[in-house]
Design a protein around this ligand. Structure first.
Ligand SMILES: [Zn+2]
Ligand SMILES: [Zn+2]
Length: 167
């Protein structure tokens, strides 16, 4: 996913808007068992300020993720904001690297890793198919959203357990 910064580099413009669309790379979501089920759509406004190119964008896509409780796949919409700062590699000795600036070589800057990071940040650690998902039975493993098993559920909160031992 590349943005052409040549007009900004030549000072023909002070700001430029980019609308991009690409297919996501599923291997990036492999670790959490997810995949893309819609293209990644990105809108970015890039402004040039001295040697720094500041981008502010929005990324939207649809992911398929496994529910953290019942393990069933569900659709998770991503709609996230992100920001970045870039500079031309030729100016790298004149720009402070402390600011997390990304350097690009030619006129085209690849922002895929920035977009992927924004998507990743949008995924909650505990992603649920629905807020009140009842999860799997810890005894028999059945989906408690669809089946009501007759297992004895140990529902003692570990924090209460600790209090009990203090008494
Ligand atoms: Zn669930
Ligand atoms: Zn059960």
């Amino acid at each position: 996913m590349e943005i052409d910064l040549s007009r900004l580099i030549l000072n023909l413009r002070e700001r430029e808007t980019f609308s991009l669309q690409t297919m996501g790379n599923d291997s990036f979501l492999e670790e959490i068992g997810g995949k893309f089920i819609a293209p990644i759509k990105v809108e970015i406004v890039v402004e040039k300020s001295g040697m720094i190119f500041v981008g502010r964008g929005n990324v939207r896509t649809l992911l398929q993720l496994p529910c953290s409780r019942c393990l069933k796949d569900f659709t998770f919409p991503v709609d996230a904001e992100f920001e970045f700062a870039m500079a031309e590699a030729v100016n790298s000795d004149q720009v402070s690297v402390d600011d997390g600036i990304i350097f690009f070589e030619a006129d085209e800057a690849d922002i895929m890793s920035i977009v992927e990071e924004a998507i990743f940040m949008a995924i909650p650690i505990c992603s649920l198919c629905r807020e009140d998902c009842r999860g799997l039975c810890l005894v028999c493993g059945q989906d408690r959203n669809t089946t009501s098993c007759s297992c004895q559920q140990e529902t003692i909160d570990p924090r209460w357990e600790k209090l009990k031992s203090l008494q």
